[in-house]
Design a protein around this ligand. Structure first.
Ligand code: C2E
Ligand code: CA
Ligand code: CA
Ligand code: CA
Length: 275
């Protein structure tokens, strides 16, 4: 039995080692990437259904590694969160996104993803305030996308932080709505300006009656709470028609536009205006 156990340990050790090696590599490289401009932001438009206009863009981080090529945020954000590099990355993302938004016409908003780990640092409000001051971006044009875990695991420090951020006049979106355990409970304890229904519901919209029912209820919830409802991951015209019929306020997804590089945003806005 002992020999058998020994073999089993040896069998998975290389895999574990490989994964740890990979993670250390990512951490080292990410540190360099943030300082050397390998991280770029792309911007994905948010469309308001009532007016058929773009109301703003969500900033999404992209890492172009010189040797490995494109590394997705799904891969490097968790490493950044686990290693504390999320703070440096968060500073870069916020500054860059707000500076970019200043180049856009008047009322367009920019949505920035804020990781729960950034709330632990304790100076997020100072960072937001400083970035708004230096870029001159009006605070109501900045939208912070947070997930329910920030609201649920709220200690006194996080509660105070949320209050100070709210006082700055920035808007709050609840990201990935419906995927956690307590989405409704979070809505009940913090006033969000927007609900972003997770794309998993949109993906099943045409195949599953349950998804269609949920979409209806979330649209109704938004109307009752008088907050914006946004559906993510809209890829087909059929999904768009359903969301419109349900009364969703906004949509975002490949059907309307993929995330676009900063340099392409001005042309995109111009093309929209000429429709
Ligand atoms: P998220 O905030 O839920 O962002 C939506 C993701 O869905 C993005 O993936 C976006 O490119 C993708 N997407 C948009 N439209 C469609 C569609 O029609 N179909 C499909 N299949 N996907 C669509 P991305 O850019 O790979 O980002 C993944 C996640 O990484 C984000 O999820 C967000 O949680 C995180 N992330 C990205 N940038 C940042 C950042 O600057 N800071 C932080 N803290 N997290 C970020
Ligand atoms: Ca988001
Ligand atoms: Ca999301
Ligand atoms: Ca997500």
């Amino acid at each position: 039995a002992k020999a058998e156990g020994g073999r089993r340990v040896r069998a998975f050790e290389p895999e574990m080692e490989e994964r740890q090696h990979q993670r250390r590599w990512l951490e080292r490289e990410l540190r360099l990437a943030i300082d050397s401009g390998q991280i770029e932001l792309h911007y994905q438009p948010l469309f308001e259904l009532a007016t058929n206009t773009v109301t703003g863009f969500e900033a999404l981080a992209r890492w172009h590694h010189p040797e490995r090529g494109m590394i997705s945020p799904g891969e490097f954000i968790p490493v950044a969160e686990a290693t504390g590099l999320i703070d440096a990355l968060g500073v870069y993302v916020l500054k860059t996104a707000c500076a970019a938004a200043m180049q856009w016409p008047g009322t367009l908003r920019v949505a920035v993803n804020i990781s729960p780990a950034q709330f632990r640092e304790g100076n997020l409000d100072q960072l937001v305030e400083e970035v708004l001051r230096t870029t001159q971006l009006p605070s109501q044009r900045l939208e912070l996308e947070i997930t329910e875990s920030v609201i649920l695991n709220q200690d006194q420090a996080t509660h105070d932080m949320l209050t100070r951020l709210r006082r700055l006049g920035v808007r709050f979106s609840m990201d990935d709505f419906g995927t956690g355990y307590s989405s409704l409970s979070s809505l009940n304890s913090f006033r969000f300006d927007k609900i972003k229904l997770d794309q998993s519901f949109v993906r099943n919209l045409m195949e599953r009656d349950e998804a269609a029912a949920i979409v209806h209820v979330v649209a109704e919830l938004g109307r009752s709470l008088k907050i914006t409802t946004t559906a993510e991951g809209v890829e087909t015209a059929e999904q768009l028609a359903r969301l419109r019929a349900s009364g969703f306020s906004e949509v975002q997804g490949y059907l309307l536009s993929r995330p676009i590089p900063a340099a392409g945003v001005a042309a995109f806005i111009l093309a929209q205006n000429n429709l």
